[in-house]
Design a protein around this ligand. Structure first.
Ligand code: OFO
Length: 164
């Protein structure tokens, strides 16, 4: 059984993961309407992953005889100042999510909730990938600058991302 405190923290994380999905869907929309369909697809796939992250917490809470609490998801922004600004925000957002996951691990450790520590390990590893992916694209966009050919190539590359 989860402690009430852990249950609340995991429910908050469900909301945070759903917000991540919403944010990336908003970014997908921004790219798609601004003629960057590959980046739009990349973000759409990422939004789907975030929904998966939320669902894992949802399932785990029930496995531990807890109860999920679903509350309103905030409205994400809709406009950015170009692709670099979008991916910089995505990277910053992932840093925030990593710090949230780290706090969940610390709570699980403090409560000696070994099952939750084990469950959360998947997220710790996932966040390494999430940060690296966003930062890698930020670095490429910095290299490209305002070069249209480079932007076209990167859009094609990111559009090849397959849905998991
Ligand atoms: Fe759920 O990892 Fe991104 O936010």
């Amino acid at each position: 059984m989860l402690s009430k405190k852990m249950q609340k923290a995991m429910n908050d994380q469900i909301n945070a993961e759903l917000y991540s999905g919403y944010l990336y869907l908003a970014m997908s929309n921004y790219f798609t309407v601004n003629n960057l369909p590959g980046m739009g697809k990349w973000m759409k796939v990422q939004a789907g992953e975030e929904l998966g992250h939320a669902m894992k917490f949802f399932g785990y809470i029930h496995e531990r005889s807890g109860e999920a609490a679903l509350v309103q998801v905030d409205t994400p922004p809709a406009k950015w100042d170009g692709p670099l600004a979008v991916f910089q925000e995505a990277y910053k957002h992932e840093l925030l999510v990593t710090s949230r996951i780290d706090k969940l691990v610390e709570l699980a450790q403090a409560e000696k909730d070994h099952a939750s520590v084990a469950f959360l390990t998947w997220y710790v590893t996932e966040q390494v990938e999430e940060e690296a992916a966003a930062l890698g694209i930020v670095e490429k966009l910095k290299m490209i600058g305002n070069h249209p050919g480079g932007m076209y190539m990167l859009d094609r590359e990111l559009g090849a991302r397959a849905a998991d």
